[in-house]
Ligand binder design. Structure first.
Ligand SMILES: NC(=O)c1ccc[n+]([C@@H]2O[C@H](COP(=O)([O-])OP(=O)(O)OC[C@H]3O[C@@H](n4cnc5c(N)ncnc54)[C@H](OP(=O)(O)O)[C@@H]3O)[C@@H](O)[C@H]2O)c1
Length: 255
């Protein structure tokens, strides 16, 4: 795919990894919908940075709580109204709560599934409908316009300490592979599974970060936002990879 002029939606793009991906797509010529939930100021800043890119960066910001299926649907239609049909979808937004099996509640479970799995599923359905000529009564779904879906996953999904998060990220892998078949051959669906890139935003530390020793695996360092963005851009540009997981984790998954 030539990314120039393509419409890209990045969820949770106000800050952190999502912002880096929105900026990279803007830099690759995409017209970017910067989705946010709470981080309006950050989302405005992400969009301004994209709008200031030469030549002719273009971004809009759209608010939606991805826990609410109606807001997910209106996010997709709002992108189509403001920029055109979604051609590149990056499922970055996620919840990552520290709750183990003993304490995880039905509400925790449902919230993780709604945001981390159901929202990507609903956005894929909307994207398929937007890209299918049959949506406008002009043809069959088999003649869909090309598209890309890339979801952000985690190198480790079996995580007893973040029980619901881990299970949803496993489910997200299943969604990736099933969508890859359901949307073939026109939309490629892949995921990028990250190792340690940024420490969790809401983590409460009782010691300075530099004193905390964590095993960073074979690479013995954290990954960079550039390394994540490069993997996502590779999947945008390559049209023959689908149903794949690219681990950007410095080798943690084989450690
Ligand atoms: N950071 C890492 O090192 C790392 C490692 C492994 C995997 N990952 C994966 O990479 C992705 C990005 O990581 P990150 O650390 O940058 O994520 P993050 O900061 O924990 O969350 C990203 C965004 O998700 C959005 N979000 C949360 N609840 C939402 C809701 N109800 N509705 C809409 N949006 C909601 C938030 O948007 P607002 O701020 O606008 O509310 C938030 O900025 C995630 O999928 C994560 O699982 C990251």
């Amino acid at each position: 795919m030539d990314s120039n002029g393509k419409v890209a939606l990045v969820t949770g793009a106000g800050r952190r990894v999502g912002r880096a991906l929105a900026l990279a797509l803007g830099d690759a010529g995409c017209r970017v919908a910067v989705h946010y939930s709470q981080s309006e100021k950050d989302a405005q800043e992400t969009a301004s940075l994209i709008n200031s890119l030469a030549p002719g960066g273009e971004a809009v910001i759209i608010q939606a709580d991805l826990e609410d299926p109606e807001q997910v649907e209106s996010l997709a239609s709002s992108v189509a109204e403001q920029l055109g049909p979604i051609e590149i979808l990056v499922n970055n937004a996620a919840v990552f709560e520290q709750t183990g099996l003993k304490d995880v509640s039905v509400d925790d479970w449902d919230r993780h599934f709604a945001i981390n799995v159901r929202a990507p599923f609903l956005l894929a359905q909307s994207m398929r409908a937007q890209l299918s000529p049959d949506a406008a009564g002009q043809g069959t779904p088999a003649q869909s316009a090309p598209g890309k879906i890339i979801s952000l996953n985690d190198w480790r999904t079996a995580r007893p300490g973040r029980f619901a998060y881990g299970v949803t990220k496993s489910a997200l892998s299943g969604l990736t592979r099933t969508l890859a078949l359901a949307l073939a051959p026109h939309i490629q669906v892949n995921e990028v599974a990250l190792g340690a890139i940024l420490p969790p935003a809401n983590i409460a530390l009782d010691r300075p970060r530099e004193e905390i020793k964590i095993d960073l695996g074979p690479a013995d360092r954290m990954g960079t936002l550039n390394e994540v963005a490069n993997a996502v851009l590779m999947l945008v540009h390559n049209d023959f990879i689908t149903g794949e997981t690219i681990n950007v984790d410095g080798g943690m998954h084989i450690y």
